[in-house]
Design a binder for this molecule. Structure first.
Ligand SMILES: C[S@@+](CC[C@H](N)C(=O)[O-])C[C@H]1O[C@@H](n2cnc3c(N)ncnc32)[C@H](O)[C@@H]1O
Length: 343
């Protein structure tokens, strides 16, 4: 007698490639039509939390390509389970920073709807610089929205609402969909997890819907948010004295406006000659540590280049950091002659 066995459905995987994408491994800008396998209006939610709002968007607009960006892993896990459970095919989740995602992944004028629900308000004045909704961010949002596209923001923090209203008023190319900056209720809205808690606690919510109208200039972006075409490097003819290079680099700090580069740690190669330079880059709320290699490169020549560790992508800040380290190496080794350089 043969026993009929049911094959269990495939288990849910966090890294299910159907839904989860990583900011640093996507092309900049991303080819969303290729990611979704079709063209469609692009709707983007930043800081999607448990994903309930994003899932509702995707259900309501099956023709739309819906992208969510979240930097925290735990909510991303919840959202992935939700998408898996509901079998929603028109959603992609990007793990990464919302500002960086907006800057790197989306072409100017490409987004139909941009949604930011209950962004962290950072109520203390000394933490205001960590707020997502800065004037530069809002300019970038306007620049990435298509003409006529809408920005929706919801918050339950009155102080943040005033800050957002003032910043929106000053952003060229935005106009409120209402006669006033915000309204306190939006009909037919799927409340988010955070919103349900705020409403249950009796807090007032502020809803902004602003349209992109007219031309929008490209904002001046932070160095860490400006993509570069190629990886920066420099090659020299000559033989550096490594102890002098180490002395020149140890603990070095460079600053350019609000951007700081600091040599965190230096490692000598065990196998041969060469250094690994751990370089911290910081600008506003963004901090990134990258690794650079300084090593022999053919006959009596040396190269400085980013190490292939952690899927590093080229940005203007990285190029500037490599340039600063290269200058310090040159100061420590006057005989070096540049053979090739992209910095
Ligand atoms: C207060 S929660 C709101 C979550 C959800 N939108 C809701 O309304 O329930 C803020 C969310 O934004 C995410 N977040 C904050 N800053 C972010 C950033 N720079 N990039 C991506 N996600 C961010 C947090 O991880 C968190 O999930």
């Amino acid at each position: 007698m043969s026993e009929e066995r049911q094959i269990p459905p495939p288990r849910f995987q966090l890294g299910d490639p159907r839904w989860l994408l990583e900011l640093r491994y996507l092309p900049w800008p991303a080819d969303w039509a290729a990611c979704f396998g079709r063209n469609g209006p692009l709707h983007v939610e930043l800081g999607f939390g448990d994903g309930s709002f994003l899932a509702a968007l995707a259900r309501r607009m099956p023709e739309a390509n819906c992208v969510g960006v979240e930097r925290a892993l735990e909510p991303t896990r919840w959202a992935l389970k939700r998408l898996h459970r509901e079998g929603l095919e028109n959603v992609r989740l990007v793990l990464g920073d919302a500002f960086a995602a907006l800057a790197f992944l989306f072409q100017p004028g490409s987004i139909d709807g941009l949604y930011i629900n209950f962004p962290d308000p950072w109520p203390k004045a000394r933490h205001h610089h960590r707020r997502l909704l800065t004037p530069t961010f809002l300019q970038l949002a306007a620049h990435r929205l298509r003409p006529g596209g809408t920005l929706l923001i919801a918050t339950d923090d009155a102080d943040y609402a005033l800050w957002i209203a003032e910043a929106l008023e000053r952003t060229p190319g935005f106009q409120s969909a209402f006669g006033e900056p915000w309204v306190h209720a939006l009909p037919d809205r799927e409340p988010t997890r955070y919103e349900r808690k705020a409403l249950a606690a009796g807090r007032t919510c502020f809803y902004f819907i602003w349209r992109r109208v007219g031309p929008v200039p490209c904002p001046s972006l932070p160095h860490m948010m400006r993509p570069e075409e190629t990886m920066p490097h420099r090659i020299w003819q000559g033989m550096p004295e490594l102890s002098q290079v180490v002395a020149a680099l140890r603990g070095r700090i460079w600053q350019d406006g609000g951007t700081i580069w600091r040599v965190k740690e230096l490692y000598r190669s065990i196998e041969g000659e060469g250094l690994l330079i751990e370089l911290l880059m910081a600008e506003g709320q963004w901090v990134e540590t990258v690794a650079l290699r300084f090593q022999p490169h053919g006959h009596e020549s040396w190269i400085l280049k980013p190490a292939e560790i952690g899927g590093l992508r080229p940005t203007e800040a990285l190029k500037m950091g490599v340039r600063a380290v290269a200058s310090a190496i040159e100061e420590a080794t006057p005989g070096l002659r540049i053979l090739s350089s992209t910095i």
